[in-house]
Unconditional design. Structure first.
Length: 56
């Protein structure tokens, strides 16, 4: 699963997708090469549950 992180550079603010396994790591922005810390989740975009309970 991938999710979006936002570049902290005020003049960039580019969103880019990072992989689930990049959580807790630091990636570099593709545009400005700023270091983007990949947090434990994106509070602005909560992930939906992976599986919905299905009523028979
Ligand atoms: Zn950037």
């Amino acid at each position: 699963m991938v999710f979006a992180v936002q570049c902290p550079n005020p003049s960039c603010k580019k969103y880019q997708l990072v992989e689930e396994h990049d959580r807790g790591k630091v990636v570099n922005c593709l545009l400005c090469k700023a270091a983007i810390r990949v947090g434990g989740g994106n509070p602005a975009a909560p992930q939906p549950p992976a599986s919905k309970p299905r009523q028979p």
